[in-house]
Design a protein. Structure first.
Length: 113
């Protein structure tokens, strides 16, 4: 991603990422997804690899946000499981052309801060 993320808070970083993705998820992304449809195995492999990279990046960003409450992470909610949850919701949000990221960002803020 060539767009620089400037926000300090994790939830604000996610807002910047969503804005970036919304500008880039136009015809090129649709063409790519249609081309991968014919080769499901390749598409799934690429998606899995990308999700792993994105998950690690989200965990690293969570680690760097000192404003996150210290009692958020425990045995039932880890940074990794939270990154999985967020990634799933980001994918769904990007699939909806008129998706409202405000709800997701509010959930992030209420959980983390």
């Amino acid at each position: 991603m060539h767009h620089r993320i400037t926000a300090t808070r994790f939830s604000d970083q996610i807002a910047q990422i969503i804005a970036f993705l919304r500008t880039k998820m136009k015809d090129c992304a649709k063409v790519l997804m249609k081309s991968l449809r014919d080769n499901a195995a390749t598409g799934q492999s690429r998606m899995s690899a990308m999700q792993s990279v994105l998950k690690q990046a989200l965990v690293e960003r969570l680690d760097r946000d000192n404003a996150i409450r210290t009692d958020v992470w425990d045995g039932s909610l880890t940074k990794e499981s939270f990154a999985d949850f967020l990634l799933i919701n980001l994918v769904i949000l990007m699939q909806q052309e008129d998706g409202n990221e405000g709800v997701l960002l509010e959930v992030l803020n209420r959980i983390l801060y």
